[in-house]
Design a protein around this ligand. Structure first.
Ligand code: C5P
Length: 223
């Protein structure tokens, strides 16, 4: 029986990260926020004073990414976010990270004190199209750029950053453009993905809608 995999893709601040985390917890699935792999790659390049656009430097950093250290707060900055979408456009970086994502999906790690996970949730930009095209459930979570910029603004301010809406919206549009227009594995909804537009929906409603889809898929998938 193939592993039970939920692929969640969408643009920045669409709500996919929060959704993926909640779904994983609720259904006993392992979770991988694949954006963190690109952020960690960018972080390593920047920390060494390197150029995120240089393929050799970025690919070497991607090889060194440690899956156990993806919760470092340094990965959340706007500088790292922008640089992550630069490294993410480099085919050698994507190739270096691909097998690790597939391996996570096929053999989800057990949570620290929990039971064996029943499967995995991976969220990112290309999970349903490139990393796990055979995923059991594919969701594409999106929202208007303005709604997403407002969410990101709130998040950044909560973390103590001094930011203005116009800059956040501008950064978000630049990152969306880079992610959607790159040659390899651009941000896109898989043809068989269910699209959830979260503009005007709160996180609980989005969770409810997605949960119904996953509960049905789990029942059909068997034990
Ligand atoms: O989701 P998050 O904002 O953390 O992602 C950071 C960047 O990593 C994205 O802007 C994108 O360029 C890249 N990414 C990607 N493919 C994924 C996940 C993230 O290219 N599966």
């Amino acid at each position: 029986m193939p592993a039970f995999v939920v692929a969640i893709d969408g643009p920045a601040a669409s709500g996919k990260g929060t959704l993926a985390r909640r779904l994983a917890e609720h259904f006993g699935l392992a979770h991988l926020d694949t954006g963190k792999l690109y952020r960690a790659t960018a972080f390593l390049v920047l920390a060494a004073g390197g150029d995120p656009a240089d393929p050799t430097t970025a690919a070497a950093a991607a090889q060194r990414v440690d899956l156990a250290r993806l919760s470092e707060p340094g990965l959340l900055s706007e500088e790292v976010a922008q640089a992550s979408s630069v490294v993410a456009a480099i085919p050698e970086v994507r190739a270096a990270l691909l097998e690790r994502q597939r391996d996570f999906a096929a053999h989800p790690p057990a949570p620290p004190k929990g039971h064996r996970p029943r499967g995995a949730v991976l969220d990112g930009r290309d999970i349903g199209t490139a990393v796990c095209p055979g995923a059991t459930v594919k969701l594409f979570v999106t929202a208007s750029p303005e709604a997403r910029a407002e969410r990101r603004l709130r998040e950044l301010r909560q973390r103590g950053a001094t930011v203005i809406y116009g800059d956040v919206l501008q950064d978000m549009k630049e990152r969306d453009a880079r992610d959607s227009e790159r040659r390899v594995a651009p941000l896109a909804a898989a043809p068989d993905a269910v699209t959830l537009d979260t503009t005007g929906l709160d996180a609980d409603r989005v969770f409810e809608l997605a949960s119904e889809i996953i509960a049905r898929a789990l029942a059909a998938h068997g034990p």
